[in-house]
Each structure stands twice: as C-alpha cells, then as structure tokens.
Design a protein around this ligand. Sequence first.
Ligand SMILES: Cc1ncc(COP(=O)(O)O)c(C=O)c1O
Length: 399
Amino acid sequence: MTTDPQGIATAPVARARVRGLGASKVREVANAGFGRSDVKRFWFGEGDQPTPLFIREAAMAALADGRTFYTHNHGAADLRAALQAYLERLHGRAFDIDSVSVSSAGVSALMVTMQAILDPGDRVVAVTPVWPNLTEIPAILGAEVVRVGLEPRDGRWTLDLDRLLAAITPGTRLLLINSPNNPTGWTLPAAARAPLLEHCRRLGVWILTDDVYERVAFGEAAAAGVVTAPSLLALADPSDRLVSTNSFSKAWRMTGWRLGWIVAPLGLREDLGKLLEYNTSCAPDFVQAAGVVALEQGEASVEALRLEMAARRDRVVAGLKRLPGVEATRADGGLYAFFRIDGREDSVAVAKRLIAEAGLGLAPGAAFGPEGEGWLRWCFATSEAAIDDGLGRLERWLG
Ligand SMILES: Cc1ncc(COP(=O)(O)O)c(C=O)c1O
C-alpha cells in the first residue's frame, strides 16, 4: 500500500501533473465509432495506402541480412549519412553529420527534445491550434504553455507575426512551431522566418519546429528540384538554438514504422544521446535500413504523394464550400481540411452526432485547443471515392 508523508494510505495513481493531462478528444470521438463498419473514417492523420513496396522490400532484405541488433543511440551510420545528404539537398546548405539523430518517429523526437530543453516552470510559447502532443509534452514536464492563436482570414489560417513576437518575451525558454500545421494547414511564410529567428536569437530563446508535413506543401515551394515548405533550418546557423523534428510517417507513408529524426545544434548532442538511450535506446535497425532506401530512392513517390494531396485538398474544400452554412479554409500544406458549420459550436458533440447519424468520422477541432473549437478536421489522405462518399453523407445530414 502506498502512503503519503503522514503515513496515510493513498490510491495507486499517477502523479497529479499526469492525471491533469487532457485525454485525446480525437480518440474520444473515434472510440464512439470503432466497431461500426458503416462509418467512413477521416479522423486520424494517415492515408489509406500502405508504405510503397520498394521501402517494404528494403526492410525485408535488411531482416534477411540480420539487421536485428541495437544501433548507436544517434542512429545507424548509413541512415545518418543518408539524412545528412537529404538535408543538404533539401535546404541547400551544409549540415554536420553530428547534428543529426535518428528517433522513434516524430512523437519521440518531440519528447526527447523537450526533455533536453525544459525545466518545470519554464515558459513555452506555442502557435495554436496545434496537434496536442506539442502542448501536452511541456505539461508533462511541468512547463507552462502560452498559446498564440492563428486566425482564419480570407479563407486561410494566418499568423499575426507581431503578436507572436510580443509573446516571446525575455525569459521565454522555447517557441513551438508546427508548419505546415496540423490541423489548419497554416504554413510559416518564408518572409516570417528571418524576423522570428532574429528575435529568438536576441533573447536566447530555443525554437522547436515540428516539420513532419514539410514535404506535403502546396503554397510557396522551394524553386529548385525538391519541394518543401519554407524551413527555418535553411536560414539558421549551426549554432542557433534551433531544433527540427521530423518523421518518415507522412511523406513516405510509414506511420506504423516509428522512424524519424532530429536536427539539433552540436551543443545538445551528448545530452540528446543520453535521453535517446533512456527513452528508446534506438530505432529498430531493419527499419533504419528501410529509411535509407526511402531517402535515396523515394523522391518520385514523395512528389507523387504531394501532388495527390494537393488534388484531394482541392476536392474536399470545393465540396465543402458548396454546402449550405459551411465555411472551409484552404490548407497550404499537410493532410487536413479544417471547416466549420454555422451554428454548430460544440465540435465534440457535432463530431459524435456525425458518426451516429451520418456514419461520417471526423476529428473535433477542440482536440487542438480552444482556438479550434467550432471547427472540424477532415484528413483527406484517402481515395477520391471515399471523399465523395463522405461529402455526400455530410450534405444529406445537413439537408
Ligand atoms: C504535427 C505532428 N507532429 C508529429 C506527428 C507524429 O507522427 P509520428 O510520430 O508518426 O512521426 C504527427 C502525427 O500525426 C503530427 O500531426
């Protein structure tokens, strides 16, 4: 029996901070629809296609070769070299190979990075609404999150840069940016990067950019060859307090593989290595081997996915805009359409009713913070037929 300092028996439960974490509202809604074969599912952030065959075959070959052992905490040498070459191709500047660490996908990259940077009580500024892991990890670590809300304007979500700069005060420890943003599709404009970087440099504030959707970019794109969303990594110096976390999940359709990476200043390397050890030790070696092939041979499939997602975005947004009382914003990147229905403000209640009454599975905007309340998120990484079916269901429900 556990006792408190006075020797009084207490219930066997987690510490208060952890008990205070919000449960996922996407899960709350999805759980209401699981087991129902008549529900069309657009609630989670993944597509309906498996990983491209050449990547699956690379993992099978690596297993046959016996790549079944632990690797270095920072990742297998071949994957780190492939990541270095990839980063240099993507961002047009040199990267030290020791600035690159392999992680167990984007989720763990975010956790390890924030464990390295945040102390209890630290002030964290986050651009919101945003995928909840970004704001819940600081909460797990005892840091305080100040939210700077994006706003819908002229059919797109936009950032008031001056408001963000004013929120990043002396003493702020970390700025969190996810661009392209889940759930709104907002993408950090290229012109905002220099003032942001300058401001954070001057105040000694860390920046953590979650770049998992950078290759699914529809707006301003790099002119040369490979397309990517405007990246702070392209502008930064190696000595900047800038960490980029990334993942194979989205652009290479590898959600179930749990493979990602971190780009961080060299000063963080040794301590990141310890945290990687204490969290996961390393990603599976045969998965890392498949990551090498994904990077070296995957450009055509990444570009095909990007074009496909741009077309799906257009299809969903055009379909939504035709419906009475529906306001749909246009994503500049990512996998999601974000929209609202006039007079329906409680997004969890609406999402649950849509499942029960229309067989339509969407994520409630409130899952991404108060700025998302009243909105619904539709993941469009599915077939056109599924999208048309979903739009038909929504139209009949509204009618
Ligand atoms: C913004 C954002 N970051 C990170 C992730 C993490 O993905 P993974 O852990 O599969 O790399 C997701 C997944 O949905 C996401 O939306």
